[in-house]
Structures are given as C-alpha cells and as structure tokens.
Design a protein around this ligand. Sequence first.
Ligand code: ADP
Length: 470
Amino acid sequence: MNTRSISFRLVAGYAALLTGIFALLCALLYLDLRYFLENDLLKSQERRARQIASALLAHAPQTGEAYVASQVKDWYEPEVNNRFIRITRGDGTVMYLSGAPKDGGFTPADVPRLSLARLRGESARRLKLADGKTLLVAVLRYPLTAQSSYLVEFGVPLAPVQTMLDHLFLQLVWGLPLAVAVITAGGYWLVRRALTPVQHITRAAEQITHHNLSERLPVSHSGDELAQLSVALNRMIARLDDAFQNSKRFVADASHELRTPLTVLRGELENLMEDARLDAEVRERAASLLEEAMHLSRIVEQLFTLSRLDAGEAQTDWARLDLAELARSTAEQMSLLAEDKGIAITCDANQPAPVEGDRVRLKQVVVNLLDNAIKYTPDNGAIQLRVRAVNSHVLMEVEDNGIGIPPAALPHVFDRFFRVDRSRSADSESAGLGLAIVKSICTAHGATVEAQSKPATGSRFRVELPLAKP
Ligand code: ADP
C-alpha cells in the first residue's frame, strides 16, 4: 500500500478523527449515564429517609419506637427488597436495623456507623464494604426535640446499576473499533471510487508523447473537478500539438525552400572553381566555399528527410525485399570507404531475410549505421554486419570495435542534433542527424533500433524489423 497516496492519507486522517470523536462520545455517554443513574437512585433513598422521619419518627413520642420499627419493616420490607435501613438514637444506640437482605448482598450489622456529632442535616454516603461491594446510603439527621434526635440511614446496593454500566462499557469497548473499522472500510471504498478517474487520466497522460499529440485524455461526464481538470489538460495538449505541428511545418518548409538556392549556389561555385580565367587563389577559395555549401546541403537534405518521415510520407515505394541482399550490396559499396582506413567489413547475411518497406529508406539505415561504424572506428579496426531471420523478425546488427559511446550519452544518440563530443567526430560534416534518421525510418517500418556500447571496446546497433508475410 502506498502510504503517500491521497487515498491513504485521506482515509487515515478521517479514521483517526472518527476514532477520536467516537471515543469522546462514548466516554461522555458512559459518565453521563452513570451520574444520572446513581443520582436518581440516591434521590429515591433520600425521599424514603425523609418519609420515615416525617411520617413515623415525628410521632414516636406518642406511638412508641416499637410501632415505628414495625411500620418501617411493613412499609419498606427491606429484607425482601434488598434494602438497608438503620435508625440510630441521638445517644448512638440503634433503634432499628433491617435484617439480612434476601440476595445476601451485604450484612447490615457490618455497615460502618457514622458519627452523629459530625452530621448536619442530610448527606449521601458511598460505602465500600469489606467484600468490595458498594452501598449507596442517604443519611438524614432528624432533630425531634432540643435534646433528642434520630439518624435515619436508607441505602441500596449499587451492584445492579454497576452491572448495567459494566455491560454498557463492554459494548462500547467492542463496538467502537468495529464501528471505526466499518466506517474506514466504507471511506476507503468511497475515496478509491472517487479517485479512479485520476488513475485513468494518469495512465492516458503517460501514453501521450510527441508522436501522438493528437490523442486526448478521457473526460468523464460527471462535470466534477476531475472532469474540469481533464478538459484543461486536453486544451493544453491541443496547444502543444499546435506548437509542435508549427515547428515541424517550419522545418519542412525551410528545408524545402533552401534546397533550390543551395543547388544553384553549388553549381555556381563549381563553375567558378573550373573557370581557368580566374586566379588560382580565387578558385581555391571557391573550392573551400563549395565544401561548406555541400555540408549545408547535406544538413538541409537530412532535415528534409526527417520532416518527410515525421509527416508520414506516402508509402508509394513500399515493396517486399530481401534485407540480407540489400545489406550485402550496401556493405560492398561502402567497403571502399572502409578500406581507406584499413577497416574490414565482414558481412554475415547469407540467408534470405524478407521484409516489407521502402528500399531507398532501408538502404539509408544500413548506410548510416555502416558510415558511423567506419567514422568512429580507428584505422585497421573491424566491422561486422549480420542479417538473419529469427522467428517473426528480421534482425540486423552492425558491430564495430571502435571508440564506443560513454554510458551517459547512450540514451541520447538517437536524438536530433546530438553529438557525443564534437572533437570525437572524425569530420566536421557530422551534424548529429544520422541516427535520428535511422530511428525515424525504423519507426515508419514498425521496427525498433537500439544501441549497446562500451567506451574503447566498441558499439553494436541492432535493428529488429517485422518479417514479411509469405
Ligand atoms: P553524426 O552525424 O554526428 O555521426 P549520428 O546521429 O549518426 O550523428 O550519431 C550521433 C552520435 O553518436 C555521434 O556524434 C557519435 O559520437 C555517436 N556514435 C554513433 N555511432 C557510433 C559508433 N558506431 N561508435 C561510436 N560512437 C558512435
């Protein structure tokens, strides 16, 4: 799981917030209920204590204490109702003490006594008994005359309330993580669903390169922020497409327009060079200018070729041909150039390798690769040209034992106008367009081209073309 993703961070934050809110609500609910239940219980005990005082003890001098005791027992039935009742005289002697409750929850005789002197009016006591149980007791001091008074204690065990609260506590402790888990899972599902269009947009955007700028990102019909983002990105891609098309058109138009004047210029310079009436020095200068004009012509030709390939030139000369035969004849033509440097070209292309394509363009691939191999291999080096059909492909490799290409430059050798290092180029005519043309021709033929190289050891260029169908 990606912990830095928006979905993870949203769900984690939302789960933490919910856990906090739920825990606070549960704690408030538990404490509030406990306060309410205990308070309510205590109030009813106080009411009963006041009842004993006003209805029975007030008349004790006339009715006698025995009558009061029997009435208390009859009215409240403390043993049956699990209640604790104790009436203490002002001198500390007990006038009435309820018997043991039916459930045996406590022993009335063991309930600690209260010092009468310290008590004023009413109070409540929470008594912890020896066995750990709690008794909630309302205490009332009832002054009968100036000399005599009574202390009425009316209590009930807290156990039933506590049992209920314990049960609630357990339910909350189990219910809270469960509720958080369910809400988190639901939240995760919702967030994933909401962010799915982002994944679609990302995947589509990854696919768009300068080769397919006419494609657009998917736009959902929801009209939400993501749909607006897709529309905005599509507008940006359209503007890029326009700019790209304009620059391509500019290169195509410029190279096309430059061809004719350059041809005229070359012709004029050739005429000047051969004009015997002119000074030798002037003719020498014309020769040097002609060399530059030819260099310029070559670059313009290469740019023109590239712009035609970019525009997807009409495949009128598309035919079935044997790449092995094409490679053999091209290698033979170029062997003269190689021999000048004492380099031997070994051609291993004896099996037929049928492909479909433009013969002129494919020949250009072989020429450019061999030309580079010759250019970047020192005198007396060796070049191998191999062509063979493998499964559904035709593989062509050009390998040399020349100066090689540094690893940092290798990924860029097919870029336009890229040259590893001007000082390495054997001639000043290299413009860094040869391999870019190779790549464009390969792309137009559904082929791939890749370079492997080790500096000072050599390079290998590998072209893989689809085998022509029988
Ligand atoms: P250039 O016209 O400069 O040769 P390319 O596009 O043909 O341009 O090649 C790009 C760069 O790749 C060259 O500048 C050269 O440094 C390097 N390169 C190409 N082929 C080879 C090779 N066989 N051996 C070493 N370096 C090469």
